[in-house]
Design a protein. Structure first.
Length: 331
């Protein structure tokens, strides 16, 4: 199995969205000229999503979107087409939080898909992306949070950036006791992450709070082919919400409350009840989709990375509400 560093360099930005969306997301600029400048998150234009008016909910979610820029270098967050493209995962993923939490989602200078081939500048690109997310998160805590409980969530490059940041930052913000859960979906939380920062721990059950959730969905036998599964990955089963580094129990599709799939532009959701089972195996989440024809395209058939949220959408949605209630009852 590859090490964490080599995987991060290789393919965090492998397609996190259906291939049919490439016409939307291939037109950003490199945005490398000022790559070390800080983004001013006091400017609302640098946020992909902010609540309108007064907050509807007494809980927030800080969400970091996956790779949408397909070019080289860094995403140009001033490009209207890139802003539009980044709205798609807001609809298909972050929408799962909308009934329970106010959504805060920063634009950030993520590494473009082709930028992962630029080994000379890759570390600098990754640093820029992580610094943007750090600046946005700290700005959110200081200016928007106002003492509310909150959730942290991401997918793919968003999740990779978050776990890299939180291994350094978590335990120093003063807000740790307000974190309900962190959903690192489409990337790994590893044993070495927890060794590096003991303030990070995995969720043990559906009502555990102050903990992390992580999984990568695929067909059994492809675990070694997934660039998102890192050595020592600890996996959460989203049908039982138990986490383990070891192989877990098989949870049947009857426990799947609904997979939700969207059109290429993030509209027209269709719910498929009892769509897939789930089992932790060899550091991956093994799934058996009832109808593979509705799944998103991916370079390796049988790796369900673009659909990590969709496959368990209704279970995630329910779990968010459950954890929030558990957190508030504890308080």
């Amino acid at each position: 199995m590859k090490t964490k560093l080599s995987k991060k360099k290789m393919c965090i930005a492998l397609l996190c969205i259906p291939l049919v969306m490439l016409s939307l997301v291939g037109c950003g600029e490199k945005a490398n000229q000022n790559e070390m400048d800080h983004v001013d998150y006091a400017q609302k234009s640098n946020w992909l999503a902010l609540p309108e008016g007064e907050n509807v909910h007494n809980v927030d979610v800080f969400y970091v979107y996956p790779t949408v820029y397909q070019g080289d270098g860094l995403q140009d967050i001033t490009d209207p087409e890139q802003f539009e493209a980044s709205q798609v995962p807001l609809k298909t993923q972050a929408s799962v939080f909308a009934d329970s939490a106010n959504i805060y989602a920063p634009m950030y200078r993520q590494v473009g898909k082709d930028g992962f081939n630029n080994t000379e500048n890759l570390e600098t690109f990754l640093q820029v992306a992580e610094e943007d997310v750090k600046d946005a998160f700290l700005y959110y805590l200081e200016n928007y949070n106002n003492g509310k409980p909150f959730i942290i969530a991401g997918h793919s490059q968003g999740s990779s950036t978050l776990i890299s940041l939180l291994t350094k930052l978590w335990g120093t913000t003063g807000a740790e006791d307000r974190m309900i859960a962190t959903y690192i979906i489409g990337f790994s939380v590893t044993e070495s992450d927890i060794e590096a920062n003991p303030k990070i721990r995995m969720c043990e059950n559906p009502i555990d709070t102050g903990c992390f959730i992580s999984y990568n969905s695929l067909k059994d036998g492809l675990q070694s082919e997934s660039v998102q599964i890192l050595e020592g990955a600890i996996v959460t089963n989203p049908l039982s919400w138990e986490s383990s580094q070891e192989d877990g129990v098989f949870v049947p599709a009857s426990e799947n409350k609904g997979a939700v799939f969207f059109s290429a532009d993030g509209y027209d959701p269709i719910v498929y009840k009892n769509f897939t089972s789930a089992q932790i195996k060899d550091h991956g989440l093994v799934c058996e989709p009832a109808d593979p024809s509705v799944l998103s395209s991916y370079p390796i058939e049988g790796i369900y990375h673009p659909d990590d949220y969709s496959l368990f959408y209704e279970n995630i949605k329910e779990n968010i509400a459950t954890r929030i209630n558990a957190f508030l009852n504890k308080k």
